[in-house]
Ligand binder design. Structure first.
Ligand SMILES: C[S@@+](CC[C@H](N)C(=O)[O-])C[C@H]1O[C@@H](n2cnc3c(N)ncnc32)[C@H](O)[C@@H]1O
Length: 178
């Protein structure tokens, strides 16, 4: 069986063995349900002036929804080439290809400083590793939203909403300390 399909099959059991996958440094592709995407984009109040970055974008569904339903622009960063190809095809089907871009890249090497909204469906440890860059490289007032996994430690979310049995965490990048 294809490795991606196998990982999706075992996703419900992930709370039992997330550390195995986390030590491999990878969150497998598991799509965020549409209802959760809507919650994430509404919590961040995405609009036409926003640039939404989905770090580990899978088949691009969050970025495409942000463009199609909220008029935003978006960039998806994804390490798996076949998912990048799927995302580009899906953007064409949704007729938002002029508003979105998909980049095949390791998200830890990506420049996401242009983002006004960052969406995450990654593991806790991946979020932990991203935290200093989110705080230092995004402009104050930028919004960050994460599904299921937190990892931001003492950077407390402004709001937590439970949907599909899992929390959605919402943060706003604060002004730098004076
Ligand atoms: C749980 S899925 C979330 C997909 C998408 N964001 C969504 O919500 O539908 C995590 C995605 O992150 C990608 N990924 C994992 N590690 C990555 C890395 N280091 N750089 C870029 N993408 C990565 C995986 O290939 C997978 O598509």
């Amino acid at each position: 069986m294809h490795r991606r399909k196998l990982l999706q099959l075992f996703w419900p059991a992930l709370p039992v063995f997330p550390q195995y996958l986390e030590t491999r440094g990878e969150a497998p592709w598991v799509p965020t349900p549409d209802e959760v995407i809507d919650t994430m984009l509404r919590l961040t109040r995405v609009g036409p002036n926003d640039i939404v970055y989905d770090l580990g974008c899978g088949d691009g569904r969050i970025v495409i929804a942000a463009a199609k339903n909220f008029g935003a622009r978006g960039v998806g960063i994804e390490i798996e080439p076949e998912l990048v190809a799927e995302a580009r095809a899906a953007a064409k089907d949704a007729r938002v290809e002029s508003r979105v871009e998909f980049i095949e890249q390791d998200l830890f090497k990506a420049d996401f400083s242009r983002a006004t909204v960052v969406t995450l469906y990654l593991f806790t440890r991946m979020n932990e590793r991203l935290k200093p860059r989110l705080l230092n490289e995004l402009k104050p007032g930028s919004r960050v939203v994460a599904y299921q996994f937190n990892g931001m430690g003492d950077w407390k979310p402004l709001e937590v909403v439970t949907t599909h049995n899992h929390p959605v965490y919402f943060w706003v990048v604060p002004d730098p300390p004076r």
